[in-house]
Design a protein around this ligand. Structure first.
Ligand code: CTP
Ligand code: MG
Length: 214
C-alpha cells in the first residue's frame, strides 16, 4: 500500500496520518522565515517615518521654543533647540512620507518579492510624532543632567526617538505592531538606527546644516 493511499484512506475515515513528520517551523530571531535582507528592508521601511522627522526639524527649526524660555532649577526646561515649528514640520514630513510609502508599497513590494507593511492611520501619526517626542524628552534629560544645548549624550541621542516612536506605534495599533515588529525586525532596528543616526548627522554637519556632528 503506497503512503499516499494510506494517508487518503485515513483522512477519508476522519483520522490523521501520524506516520508523517509534523512540518518544521523555522526558529531563531528570524522566526517568521524572512531572509536577513528582507528583514533589513522591512525594518528600514517601517522606521522611515520615524527617521526623517528629526532631519526635517533641523532644516525647519527656529522660531518660538516649546519651553517659551522657561527654566527649571536654573537650567532651561528644554532649550532653544526644541521649537514648535521644528516639531510640527518634522511630524508633518514623517506622516506625509508614511502616506507616500502606503501608496507605493504594494507595487514596490511586489517587484521586490517582499511584503512591505502598510501603516494604519494612527501609526502614520504615532511614528513621526513619537520620534519628535523622544528627541524632546532627551533634551529634557540633557538639561536636567547639566548638558547644554548641542551637547552630546551618547546612547540617548541615537535611540531616544526610536524608543518613543515604537512605544507610540504600539499604543496606536497593538495588533499591527506585534505582527510587524517581529523579534528579527526589532533587532535590526536597534542595530541600524545608531549607524544611520551617526552617519546622517556627520553628513549634516559637513553640509553646514548642523552645528555639531552628533
Ligand atoms: N529642532 C527644532 N525642534 C525640534 C527638534 C529640532 O527646531 N523639536 C531644530 C533646532 O533648530 C535644533 C536643530 O533642529 O537646534 C538640531 O536638533 P537637535 O540636535 O535635536 O537639537 P540641539 O540644538 O542639539 O539641542 P539639544 O541639546 O536640546 O538636543
Ligand atoms: Mg543636537
Amino acid at each position: 500500500m503506497s503512503p499516499s493511499f494510506y494517508s487518503h484512506l485515513l483522512s477519508a475515515v476522519g483520522l490523521q496520518d501520524d506516520t508523517k513528520p509534523p512540518p518544521i517551523k523555522p526558529i531563531g530571531c528570524l522566526e517568521s522565515g524572512m531572509t536577513l535582507l528582507e528583514t533589513v528592508l522591512i525594518a528600514f521601511w517601517v522606521m522611515l517615518p520615524a527617521y526623517v522627522p528629526n532631519n526635517a526639524a533641523v532644516l525647519a527649526g527656529g522660531g518660538r521654543p516649546i519651553d517659551g524660555g522657561r527654566t527649571w532649577g536654573g537650567k532651561r526646561v528644554l532649550g532653544d533647540g526644541k521649537t514648535w515649528r521644528g516639531t510640527a514640520v518634522g511630524t508633518a514630513v514623517g506622516a506625509t512620507l508614511a502616506i507616500v510609502l502606503n501608496l507605493v508599497g504594494g507595487d514596490l513590494g511586489a517587484s521586490l518579492g517582499v511584503s512591505l507593511p502598510t501603516f494604519p492611520p494612527a501609526v502614520i501619526l504615532a511614528l513621526p510624532f513619537g520620534a519628535m517626542l523622544g528627541d524632546i524628552l532627551a533634551s529634557f534629560l540633557k538639561r536636567r543632567t547639566g548638558r547644554d544645548r548641542g551637547a552630546a549624550f551618547p546612547g540617548v541621542d541615537q535611540l531616544d526617538f526610536v524608543i518613543v516612536s515604537l512605544f507610540l506605534a504600539f499604543v496606536a495599533a497593538p495588533g499591527w505592531f506585534l505582527e510587524t515588529f517581529t523579534l528579527g525586525v526589532l533587532v535590526v532596528i536597534f542595530v541600524i538606527t545608531p549607524i544611520l543616526h551617526v552617519t546622517t548627522n556627520i553628513a549634516a554637519y559637513y553640509l553646514g546644516l548642523k552645528n555639531e556632528p552628533w
